[in-house]
Design a protein around this ligand. Structure first.
Ligand code: C2E
Ligand code: CA
Ligand code: CA
Ligand code: CA
Length: 278
Protein backbone atom coordinates (compact mmCIF):
# COMPACT_ATOMS: atom_id res chain seq x y z
CA UNK A 1 0.00 0.00 0.00
CA UNK A 2 2.96 2.22 0.77
CA UNK A 3 4.45 1.67 -2.67
CA UNK A 4 1.15 2.48 -4.32
CA UNK A 5 0.87 5.61 -2.22
CA UNK A 6 4.31 6.72 -3.30
CA UNK A 7 3.48 5.98 -6.91
CA UNK A 8 0.43 8.10 -6.68
CA UNK A 9 2.30 10.80 -4.89
CA UNK A 10 4.87 10.89 -7.67
CA UNK A 11 2.15 11.48 -10.21
CA UNK A 12 0.54 14.18 -8.13
CA UNK A 13 0.68 17.68 -9.41
CA UNK A 14 1.61 19.82 -6.38
CA UNK A 15 -1.16 22.22 -7.30
CA UNK A 16 -3.60 19.31 -6.80
CA UNK A 17 -2.48 19.04 -3.16
CA UNK A 18 -3.05 22.74 -2.84
CA UNK A 19 -6.47 22.28 -4.34
CA UNK A 20 -7.39 19.50 -1.85
CA UNK A 21 -6.09 21.58 1.06
CA UNK A 22 -8.05 24.55 -0.21
CA UNK A 23 -11.23 22.42 -0.34
CA UNK A 24 -10.76 21.26 3.27
CA UNK A 25 -10.17 24.79 4.45
CA UNK A 26 -13.27 25.97 2.61
CA UNK A 27 -15.36 23.20 4.21
CA UNK A 28 -14.22 24.19 7.70
CA UNK A 29 -14.85 27.86 7.00
CA UNK A 30 -18.36 27.15 5.72
CA UNK A 31 -19.16 25.46 9.03
CA UNK A 32 -17.92 28.54 10.93
CA UNK A 33 -19.77 30.87 8.57
CA UNK A 34 -23.05 29.09 9.27
CA UNK A 35 -22.48 29.00 13.04
CA UNK A 36 -21.43 32.65 13.33
CA UNK A 37 -23.93 34.30 11.00
CA UNK A 38 -21.65 35.23 8.09
CA UNK A 39 -24.35 34.43 5.53
CA UNK A 40 -27.17 36.69 4.51
CA UNK A 41 -29.77 36.69 1.78
CA UNK A 42 -30.43 39.14 -1.02
CA UNK A 43 -33.58 39.15 -3.12
CA UNK A 44 -33.91 39.75 -6.85
CA UNK A 45 -37.22 40.83 -8.40
CA UNK A 46 -39.04 38.70 -10.96
CA UNK A 47 -41.30 40.97 -12.95
CA UNK A 48 -44.33 40.82 -15.20
CA UNK A 49 -43.92 42.01 -18.79
CA UNK A 50 -44.63 44.59 -20.06
CA UNK A 51 -45.67 46.37 -16.84
CA UNK A 52 -42.48 45.68 -14.88
CA UNK A 53 -44.61 44.95 -11.81
CA UNK A 54 -42.79 42.69 -9.30
CA UNK A 55 -44.58 39.36 -8.90
CA UNK A 56 -42.00 37.47 -6.87
CA UNK A 57 -38.42 37.56 -5.65
CA UNK A 58 -35.63 34.98 -5.76
CA UNK A 59 -33.59 34.55 -2.58
CA UNK A 60 -29.84 34.37 -3.27
CA UNK A 61 -27.26 33.61 -0.59
CA UNK A 62 -24.30 35.89 0.12
CA UNK A 63 -21.19 35.14 2.17
CA UNK A 64 -19.22 37.99 3.64
CA UNK A 65 -16.00 36.35 4.81
CA UNK A 66 -14.26 38.28 7.65
CA UNK A 67 -10.91 38.25 5.83
CA UNK A 68 -11.61 37.51 2.18
CA UNK A 69 -14.75 39.62 1.87
CA UNK A 70 -17.42 38.60 -0.61
CA UNK A 71 -17.27 34.97 -1.76
CA UNK A 72 -19.48 34.04 -4.73
CA UNK A 73 -22.12 31.33 -4.23
CA UNK A 74 -20.96 29.94 -7.58
CA UNK A 75 -17.73 29.03 -5.72
CA UNK A 76 -18.97 27.94 -2.29
CA UNK A 77 -22.33 26.28 -3.07
CA UNK A 78 -20.64 23.48 -5.09
CA UNK A 79 -18.21 22.97 -2.16
CA UNK A 80 -21.10 22.85 0.31
CA UNK A 81 -22.82 20.32 -1.96
CA UNK A 82 -19.71 18.13 -1.96
CA UNK A 83 -19.28 18.10 1.82
CA UNK A 84 -23.01 17.89 2.58
CA UNK A 85 -23.19 21.17 4.50
CA UNK A 86 -25.61 22.41 1.82
CA UNK A 87 -28.34 20.55 3.75
CA UNK A 88 -27.94 22.81 6.80
CA UNK A 89 -27.15 25.94 4.79
CA UNK A 90 -30.20 25.26 2.62
CA UNK A 91 -32.45 24.88 5.65
CA UNK A 92 -31.21 28.23 6.95
CA UNK A 93 -31.94 29.77 3.52
CA UNK A 94 -35.45 28.30 3.47
CA UNK A 95 -36.31 29.52 7.00
CA UNK A 96 -34.83 32.98 6.47
CA UNK A 97 -36.49 33.52 3.08
CA UNK A 98 -39.93 32.33 4.24
CA UNK A 99 -39.71 34.49 7.38
CA UNK A 100 -38.73 37.51 5.23
CA UNK A 101 -41.69 36.92 2.91
CA UNK A 102 -44.05 37.01 5.89
CA UNK A 103 -42.38 40.14 7.29
CA UNK A 104 -42.84 41.95 3.95
CA UNK A 105 -46.45 40.85 3.83
CA UNK A 106 -46.95 42.38 7.29
CA UNK A 107 -45.09 45.64 6.64
CA UNK A 108 -45.90 46.25 2.95
CA UNK A 109 -49.31 44.61 2.55
CA UNK A 110 -50.33 44.39 -1.10
CA UNK A 111 -47.04 45.92 -2.23
CA UNK A 112 -45.18 42.84 -0.99
CA UNK A 113 -44.14 40.33 -3.66
CA UNK A 114 -46.67 37.55 -4.04
CA UNK A 115 -44.14 34.73 -3.97
CA UNK A 116 -40.74 33.86 -2.56
CA UNK A 117 -38.51 31.69 -4.77
CA UNK A 118 -35.84 29.56 -3.05
CA UNK A 119 -33.03 27.56 -4.67
CA UNK A 120 -32.87 23.96 -3.51
CA UNK A 121 -29.92 21.74 -4.41
CA UNK A 122 -30.08 18.04 -5.29
CA UNK A 123 -28.56 17.08 -1.92
CA UNK A 124 -31.41 18.82 -0.06
CA UNK A 125 -34.11 17.46 -2.32
CA UNK A 126 -33.00 13.89 -1.72
CA UNK A 127 -32.81 14.23 2.08
CA UNK A 128 -35.18 11.67 3.65
CA UNK A 129 -37.97 14.12 4.51
CA UNK A 130 -37.43 17.34 2.64
CA UNK A 131 -41.19 17.86 2.02
CA UNK A 132 -41.68 17.43 5.79
CA UNK A 133 -39.11 20.16 6.46
CA UNK A 134 -40.89 22.50 4.02
CA UNK A 135 -44.23 21.79 5.74
CA UNK A 136 -42.67 22.58 9.11
CA UNK A 137 -41.05 25.82 7.88
CA UNK A 138 -44.33 26.99 6.31
CA UNK A 139 -46.15 26.34 9.60
CA UNK A 140 -43.35 27.97 11.63
CA UNK A 141 -43.35 31.16 9.52
CA UNK A 142 -47.04 31.24 8.60
CA UNK A 143 -46.25 31.47 4.87
CA UNK A 144 -48.81 29.83 2.56
CA UNK A 145 -47.59 26.94 0.40
CA UNK A 146 -48.83 28.76 -2.71
CA UNK A 147 -46.56 31.70 -1.81
CA UNK A 148 -43.43 29.56 -2.04
CA UNK A 149 -41.58 28.55 -5.20
CA UNK A 150 -38.88 25.90 -4.98
CA UNK A 151 -36.27 26.21 -7.74
CA UNK A 152 -34.64 22.94 -8.73
CA UNK A 153 -32.25 22.24 -11.58
CA UNK A 154 -32.85 19.67 -14.25
CA UNK A 155 -29.78 17.72 -13.19
CA UNK A 156 -31.05 17.61 -9.58
CA UNK A 157 -34.40 16.17 -10.58
CA UNK A 158 -32.92 13.83 -13.11
CA UNK A 159 -30.57 12.48 -10.44
CA UNK A 160 -33.18 9.93 -9.54
CA UNK A 161 -36.34 8.61 -7.93
CA UNK A 162 -36.03 10.24 -4.52
CA UNK A 163 -35.82 13.72 -6.06
CA UNK A 164 -38.85 13.09 -8.26
CA UNK A 165 -40.85 11.84 -5.25
CA UNK A 166 -39.91 14.97 -3.31
CA UNK A 167 -40.93 17.26 -6.16
CA UNK A 168 -44.28 15.47 -6.41
CA UNK A 169 -44.85 15.76 -2.65
CA UNK A 170 -44.03 19.50 -2.71
CA UNK A 171 -46.38 19.99 -5.64
CA UNK A 172 -49.11 18.16 -3.66
CA UNK A 173 -48.57 20.61 -0.79
CA UNK A 174 -49.32 23.45 -3.21
CA UNK A 175 -45.73 24.69 -3.40
CA UNK A 176 -44.82 25.87 -6.91
CA UNK A 177 -41.96 24.13 -8.68
CA UNK A 178 -39.58 26.03 -10.93
CA UNK A 179 -37.11 24.28 -13.23
CA UNK A 180 -33.96 26.43 -13.00
CA UNK A 181 -31.47 27.06 -15.81
CA UNK A 182 -33.95 25.45 -18.18
CA UNK A 183 -32.49 24.30 -21.46
CA UNK A 184 -28.93 23.80 -20.25
CA UNK A 185 -29.34 20.21 -19.01
CA UNK A 186 -29.50 17.03 -21.01
CA UNK A 187 -33.12 16.02 -20.67
CA UNK A 188 -35.18 19.17 -20.38
CA UNK A 189 -38.07 18.07 -22.50
CA UNK A 190 -38.23 14.49 -21.20
CA UNK A 191 -38.42 15.82 -17.68
CA UNK A 192 -41.46 17.95 -18.48
CA UNK A 193 -43.41 14.79 -19.26
CA UNK A 194 -42.80 13.23 -15.88
CA UNK A 195 -42.33 15.96 -13.25
CA UNK A 196 -45.01 18.43 -12.12
CA UNK A 197 -43.46 21.79 -12.99
CA UNK A 198 -45.15 25.21 -12.76
CA UNK A 199 -42.37 27.57 -13.85
CA UNK A 200 -39.58 27.30 -16.43
CA UNK A 201 -36.65 29.56 -15.79
CA UNK A 202 -35.12 29.98 -19.23
CA UNK A 203 -31.36 30.24 -18.79
CA UNK A 204 -29.52 33.48 -19.37
CA UNK A 205 -27.53 31.87 -22.20
CA UNK A 206 -30.71 31.96 -24.34
CA UNK A 207 -31.35 35.60 -23.46
CA UNK A 208 -27.80 36.82 -24.18
CA UNK A 209 -27.51 37.95 -27.80
CA UNK A 210 -31.24 37.56 -28.38
CA UNK A 211 -31.33 40.93 -30.10
CA UNK A 212 -28.17 40.24 -32.13
CA UNK A 213 -28.57 36.66 -33.25
CA UNK A 214 -31.48 35.11 -35.10
CA UNK A 215 -30.46 31.69 -33.80
CA UNK A 216 -30.76 32.77 -30.15
CA UNK A 217 -34.18 34.31 -30.85
CA UNK A 218 -35.41 31.10 -32.52
CA UNK A 219 -34.51 28.99 -29.47
CA UNK A 220 -35.92 31.46 -26.95
CA UNK A 221 -39.08 31.51 -29.00
CA UNK A 222 -39.31 27.68 -29.18
CA UNK A 223 -38.93 27.49 -25.39
CA UNK A 224 -41.79 29.93 -24.80
CA UNK A 225 -43.98 27.87 -27.11
CA UNK A 226 -43.27 24.70 -25.13
CA UNK A 227 -43.96 26.56 -21.90
CA UNK A 228 -47.23 28.08 -23.14
CA UNK A 229 -48.36 24.80 -24.66
CA UNK A 230 -47.94 23.04 -21.32
CA UNK A 231 -49.65 25.86 -19.41
CA UNK A 232 -46.46 26.82 -17.57
CA UNK A 233 -44.99 30.22 -16.76
CA UNK A 234 -41.67 30.97 -18.44
CA UNK A 235 -39.27 33.39 -16.75
CA UNK A 236 -36.46 34.79 -18.91
CA UNK A 237 -33.32 34.95 -16.73
CA UNK A 238 -30.46 37.43 -16.92
CA UNK A 239 -32.17 40.25 -18.81
CA UNK A 240 -29.70 43.13 -18.84
CA UNK A 241 -31.08 45.59 -21.40
CA UNK A 242 -34.34 47.20 -22.41
CA UNK A 243 -33.83 45.86 -25.92
CA UNK A 244 -33.67 42.27 -24.63
CA UNK A 245 -36.78 42.85 -22.53
CA UNK A 246 -38.69 44.27 -25.50
CA UNK A 247 -37.65 41.38 -27.76
CA UNK A 248 -38.60 38.80 -25.11
CA UNK A 249 -41.98 40.45 -24.70
CA UNK A 250 -42.45 40.51 -28.46
CA UNK A 251 -41.88 36.77 -28.79
CA UNK A 252 -44.29 36.03 -25.95
CA UNK A 253 -42.47 36.16 -22.60
CA UNK A 254 -44.59 37.49 -19.73
CA UNK A 255 -42.05 37.16 -16.90
CA UNK A 256 -38.43 38.25 -16.65
CA UNK A 257 -35.59 38.63 -14.17
CA UNK A 258 -32.27 40.39 -14.51
CA UNK A 259 -30.15 43.41 -13.70
CA UNK A 260 -32.28 45.53 -16.04
CA UNK A 261 -35.26 45.11 -13.71
CA UNK A 262 -33.33 44.97 -10.47
CA UNK A 263 -30.15 43.59 -8.97
CA UNK A 264 -30.33 41.30 -5.92
CA UNK A 265 -30.65 43.45 -2.78
CA UNK A 266 -31.35 42.94 0.92
CA UNK A 267 -34.37 45.25 0.62
CA UNK A 268 -35.43 45.57 -3.03
CA UNK A 269 -37.31 48.69 -4.04
CA UNK A 270 -40.76 47.24 -4.50
CA UNK A 271 -42.13 50.59 -5.72
CA UNK A 272 -39.80 50.67 -8.70
CA UNK A 273 -41.32 49.34 -11.89
CA UNK A 274 -39.30 49.20 -15.07
CA UNK A 275 -41.99 49.06 -17.71
CA UNK A 276 -40.88 48.09 -21.17
CA UNK A 277 -41.89 50.37 -23.97
CA UNK A 278 -42.76 48.90 -27.41
P1 C2E B 1 -29.13 30.90 -10.24
O1 C2E B 1 -30.09 30.22 -9.36
O2 C2E B 1 -29.24 30.64 -11.71
O3 C2E B 1 -29.28 32.45 -9.90
C1 C2E B 1 -29.18 33.47 -10.87
C2 C2E B 1 -27.80 34.11 -10.82
O4 C2E B 1 -27.70 35.07 -11.88
C3 C2E B 1 -27.53 34.88 -9.54
O5 C2E B 1 -26.13 34.80 -9.28
C4 C2E B 1 -27.90 36.31 -9.95
O6 C2E B 1 -27.31 37.30 -9.13
C5 C2E B 1 -27.39 36.34 -11.36
N1 C2E B 1 -28.07 37.33 -12.19
C6 C2E B 1 -29.35 37.76 -12.11
N2 C2E B 1 -29.62 38.66 -13.09
C7 C2E B 1 -28.49 38.79 -13.81
C8 C2E B 1 -28.12 39.58 -14.97
O7 C2E B 1 -28.92 40.34 -15.52
N3 C2E B 1 -26.85 39.42 -15.44
C9 C2E B 1 -25.95 38.59 -14.84
N4 C2E B 1 -24.72 38.52 -15.37
N5 C2E B 1 -26.26 37.82 -13.76
C10 C2E B 1 -27.51 37.93 -13.26
P2 C2E B 1 -25.57 34.50 -7.82
O8 C2E B 1 -26.41 35.18 -6.79
O9 C2E B 1 -24.11 34.77 -7.87
O10 C2E B 1 -25.83 32.94 -7.66
C11 C2E B 1 -25.17 32.00 -8.47
C12 C2E B 1 -25.75 30.63 -8.31
O11 C2E B 1 -25.50 30.14 -6.98
C13 C2E B 1 -27.26 30.57 -8.46
O12 C2E B 1 -27.61 30.56 -9.83
C14 C2E B 1 -27.57 29.28 -7.75
O13 C2E B 1 -27.31 28.19 -8.57
C15 C2E B 1 -26.56 29.31 -6.61
N6 C2E B 1 -27.22 29.83 -5.40
C16 C2E B 1 -27.38 31.10 -4.96
N7 C2E B 1 -28.04 31.16 -3.79
C17 C2E B 1 -28.34 29.86 -3.47
C18 C2E B 1 -29.02 29.23 -2.38
O14 C2E B 1 -29.54 29.88 -1.44
N8 C2E B 1 -29.10 27.86 -2.40
C19 C2E B 1 -28.57 27.13 -3.42
N9 C2E B 1 -28.72 25.79 -3.38
N10 C2E B 1 -27.95 27.67 -4.46
C20 C2E B 1 -27.82 29.03 -4.49
CA1 CA C 1 -32.27 30.03 -9.31
CA1 CA D 1 -31.04 30.23 -12.98
CA1 CA E 1 -27.50 29.49 -12.99
Amino acid sequence: AKALGENQRRRYDPSMDDHAREQNRLAAELRIALDTGQFHLVYQPIVELPSGRITSVEALIRWNHPEHGFVSPADFIPAAERNGLIVEIGEWVLRTACAQAVTWRQTLGDRAPQRMSVNVSARQLTEPDFPGLVTEVLAWTGLGAANLIVEVTETAVFAGGQAVLAVNALHELGVHIALDDFGTGHSSLTLLQTVPVDVLKVDKSFVDNITMSGRHAVIASALIQVSDGLGLIAVAEGVETGEQAAELHRIGYRRAQGYYFGKPAAEPDFERTTAITV
